[in-house]
Design a protein around this ligand. Sequence first.
Ligand SMILES: [Zn+2]
Length: 427
Amino acid sequence: MEVFTDVCFRAMELITILNRCHRFRGFVYHQARFTSDHKSIEISMRPRKRSAAKCSRCHQPAPGYDQLPERRFEFIPFWGFFVFLVYAMRRVDCRRCGAVVVEEVPWGDGKHTLTRAYMLFLARWARRLSWKETAEAFRTSWEKVFDAVEHVVTWGLQHRMLGPIDAIGVDEIQYAKGHKYLTLVYQIDIGVTRLLWVGKERTIESFQGFFTAMCNDVISKIVFVCSDMWEPYLKLIRENCSEALHILDRFHIVANMNKALDNVRAEETTRMKREGRAPVLTKSRWLLLRRSENLGDEQQFRLRDLLRYNLKTVRAYLLKEAFQQLWEYSSPAWAGKFLDEWCRQTMRSRIEPMKKIARSLRKHRELILNYFRAQKLLSSGVVEGLNNKAKVTMRRSYGFRTYRVLELALYHSLGKLPEPESTHDFF
Ligand SMILES: [Zn+2]
């Protein structure tokens, strides 16, 4: 092992590789060596002779002023060794900016200790693994993975093309206990589906943020808006996209109906327990919420058994199942007739949570029928698919459950953002 210590160990080979994949005009790799603990490889860099330093503010060449002490920039690890680029940054006396400014270097910036190449590398892995796993795999910290993703997402948001957008879907997602919601806006054009915007909470102010963030030109050309029946959303959509057809989509209606059914079941279970009756509803939750065709034989049998009871839950379940037929219509007129009849029956059911649904469906009748008017022009089920992906992302990205982490993770995996340019595909 002695030979490794403090000698320029076959520096030529490593530098040849670096010159192939990570080469910059104006700078040269000088030499590569192991650190004394043999855990890291340090590659020293020098400015190329007669190449002037560039000011990091105005990006123009400027006369030199002095040189700062050497700094280490973390590069992509190599065969289990940490790799650092070591460079003493120059400062320039920039007349344009009227200040002494540190020079611009193409492999990194003043804020990060990681090189740009390493940040892109970590960020790409962080899309496949959880952030924690990424940190472990490359023996770095969760915070550095966070920095890497933040850098790549920030760049992506600044450089993405927004328009034109035909259709958007608005969704909300719970991210922590105690009514903590995010508002998500997706583009749901046929062929282009991506996350456009993440907002904290689900209030008028937060959703207004979306319309503020997008330029008017893009907003005014939106043709379809899919959302649920959350009143603040409806109001803002009416105000901002007055020309667009507003659609209450299937996913949100079914979700609301499942919530109502679940309330009926929970309430009835408690009541039966109090009255000392047989606990027939115990463990029935998934039997009732899942579509019956998705149940196994054993579950089908249990469901059939359960449906013999004269319970509110059973009647609510049957109403929910009957409602599924609505989605099979293709004509808005026939769908409308069906909807009216379903609401009429439900209003006589004496099951308050279901009546509440019926009242809401009646109130939003036209928006629901818009689903049938637009059906052929939207990729159906797309909001539901994106909602599921968002949930998976939220589960995987944590180390810390803060809003900023979630926001970055969601943009990173669902935003289809452009990436900073790279000298080479390291991953
Ligand atoms: Zn300058």
